[in-house]
Structure formats: structure tokens, C-alpha cells
Design a protein around this ligand. Structure first.
Ligand code: PLP
Length: 224
């Protein structure tokens, strides 16, 4: 694609996000995080030149490599993958804008210890396994609120900003919608939560209509 074709292509993705958010309300603002896990630093740079600022990675070593390579640009980095305890310090050294996948109390405790030792805080989202899928990480919907309050109380260096969820793995829109509604219902109940991160390339319009205000778009943003 030429640069102009690329811009037109991205404009069309943005238009789809706009149309979906306006169906909710003119006041409903949705942020796009471009998930760059299948893309190169060069791909990221070309999205940056047409205005994209927030990028997401799901492996600590990739986040490290790409954020270093693109150090000269004012980018926002989101970590959206499962975090192994032995990678916590590596993640904290990168100091990402938002860690979107806090998925257990165990991890929260370990993260709190490491944050305290480094005298830093980290903005985080709690991951919810809304469709209760074996293959996915995250808190079960029925445990989420209690765990969220528990983390606020016990882990002062973890700054919880809301929730993240991956839509149900299904061909049936009703089932996917239900998983988004489950997440949104939890989100509404949480104190001071401002981010409801749901929706990927295949289901972001539905997610936005269910209340998402942050979409994580990979393949569609990078035209893969
Ligand atoms: C890969 C990934 C995405 C983006 O997926 P696409 O379908 O390519 O848009 C979003 N969220 C998470 C947690 C991911 O791992």
C-alpha cells in the first residue's frame, strides 16, 4: 500500500469505531490500542506517522525490543498478555502505560511486592474470563468484584483503572454479546473504574455497543 492508501484504509477502521460509538452516545469516547504483536517496528512507525499513538504487545521481550527500537517516538505502550511472575521485573523496567491483564490474586501480590521494592506504581486492568473459557486467563465473573476490592485494599502500588476481557470464542453473536455484557455489568459496579477494554478486530463494534471504551485492534489495524 502507498502511504495514501494506508491512510484511507485506517480512516475506514476509525470510521467504523466512530459509527459504533455514536450509536451509544456522542459522549462515548473510544480509544484504539493498535495491537502490534504480529507486526514489525517499521509497521508501527508507519501507523505512528498517520496518527496512532497507543500500541499493545503480549510478550514482554517483544514489548522491550519494540519500545527500545521506537524510543524516539512518543508512543504509549500497553501490555496485554499473560504475565509470568519471573517476567515482572522486566515489565516494570519498561514501565508501560497500562498493564491490561492482571489475572490472579497471586500475580497481584507478587506484582505489589516488586512495585514496592522499586518504589513505583503501575496502572492495571483486571482481566475477566467472562465466558468462563478453559483456554483463557482471568478472574471468573462471580469473583471479580470481590477480588478487585481486595487488590485496591492490599496492593496500594497497583492502580486499578478498570477491566479487560476477550469476547467469547464463538460464531454466535448472541454468545459473544453476552460475554461483553457480563464484563460491562462488572465494570459498572467497580469503584473509580474508567476503562472497559473489550473488542478485537472481529468483534469491536459489538463490544463498543456493549459499553467498551477501549478496543484492542491487531490484524485489522495492521492489515494482516
Ligand atoms: C492479539 C490480541 C488482540 C488483537 O487481536 P486481533 O484479532 O488481531 O485484533 C487483542 N487482545 C489481546 C489480549 C490479544 O492477545
Amino acid at each position: 500500500m502507498t502511504k495514501i492508501e494506508h491512510k484511507l484504509y485506517i480512516d475506514n477502521v476509525i470510521r467504523r469505531v466512530e459509527t459504533a460509538r455514536l450509536r451509544v452516545s456522542g459522549h462515548h469516547i473510544v480509544k484504539i490500542v493498535a495491537v502490534s504483536k504480529y507486526s514489525t517496528s517499521k509497521d508501527i512507525e508507519s501507523l505512528y506517522t498517520i496518527g496512532q499513538r497507543a500500541f499493545g504487545e503480549n510478550k514482554v521481550q517483544d514489548l522491550k525490543a519494540k519500545s527500545q527500537e521506537l524510543d524516539e517516538f512518543p508512543l504509549e505502550w500497553h501490555f496485554i498478555g499473560n504475565l509470568q511472575k519471573n517476567k515482572i521485573n522486566n515489565l516494570l523496567d519498561i514501565d508501560p502505560t497500562l498493564f491490561q491483564a492482571l489475572d490472579s490474586l497471586d500475580l497481584a501480590q507478587e506484582l505489589q511486592k516488586k512495585l514496592e521494592a522499586k518504589d513505583m506504581t503501575l496502572d492495571c486492568l483486571m482481566q475477566i474470563n467472562s465466558a468462563k473459557e478453559e483456554s483463557k486467563h482471568g478472574f471468573m465473573p462471580e469473583d471479580a468484584k470481590k477480588a478487585y476490592l481486595n487488590i485496591i485494599e492490599k496492593c496500594p502500588n497497583i492502580k486499578l483503572r478498570g477491566v479487560m476481557s476477550i469476547g467469547a470464542h464463538s460464531e454466535d453473536t448472541t454468545i459473544i454479546k453476552k460475554s461483553f455484557e457480563t464484563t460491562y455489568d462488572i465494570y459498572k459496579e467497580l469503584p473509580n473504574a474508567t476503562i472497559c477494554s473489550m473488542g478485537m478486530s472481529g468483534d469491536f463494534e459489538l463490544a463498543i455497543e456493549c459499553g467498551s471504551n477501549m478496543v484492542r485492534l491487531g490484524s485489522i489495524m495492521f492489515n494482516k
